[in-house]
Design a protein around this ligand. Structure first.
Ligand SMILES: [Zn+2]
Length: 191
């Protein structure tokens, strides 16, 4: 196959050279209104086109490559006093796979145990391209089934206004769980 970025021959959808050139992660931090930190790894403009593949048949592979280069490395270097559960926002399956479940799975490490299907949006509305007002008027209405750990990391692919993560955190807090922090591939405010 061909690398989707440089079009040279490659065994993966993004060749090793392009992964090294374009997907070496940085650490960016942003605080939500409730003071919980969101750590992200890429500038939005740098991976915008890759994130858009989630709606296509190569999305699964591209998200796996993004996760391997960022979240997986983060997880391997992460240490904590107890085992932490990572929970993806809305990891229900659309078109054969869940893009946030791929990200969550990559966090599996000595101190992080990914948990699946525990946080679901009952309102399947998409916030993509929608205003802050629209998001406030149309809550995702999360339901949280439970986690084995009291220490939680929340995972999503992108943060824009932060309203999805804040709604998810509010839902967890109703069950007396507050995330240690959140992880996203990219922060849309980080251009
Ligand atoms: Zn390439």
């Amino acid at each position: 196959m061909k690398c989707i970025l440089c079009e040279s021959f490659s065994f993966t959808h993004i060749c090793d050279t392009c992964q090294e050139t374009f997907l070496t992660p940085s650490i960016y931090k942003r605080k939500l209104l409730n003071n919980i930190e969101v750590i992200s790894f890429y500038k939005y403009k740098d991976i915008k086109n890759l994130l858009h593949t989630k709606h296509t048949d190569i999305g699964y592979y591209i998200y796996s490559i993004l996760a391997k280069n960022s979240l997986k490395l983060f997880a391997q270097n992460f240490e904590y006093s107890n085992l932490v559960s990572s929970i993806a926002i809305d990891d229900n399956i659309k078109s054969g796979y869940s893009h946030t479940a791929i990200l969550n799975k990559s966090l599996k490490s000595k101190y992080i145990k990914p948990e699946f299907n525990s946080l679901r949006a009952k309102n399947p509305i998409s916030y993509s391209g929608k205003s802050r007002e629209f998001r406030l008027m149309n809550p995702r209405d999360f339901s949280f089934t439970q986690s084995s750990s009291k220490n939680i990391i929340l995972v999503d692919d992108i943060i824009t206004t932060g309203s999805t993560l804040i709604q998810a955190i509010n839902t967890l807090q109703k069950s007396d769980k507050t995330p240690l922090f959140c992880l996203t591939l990219s922060d849309a405010n980080n251009q």
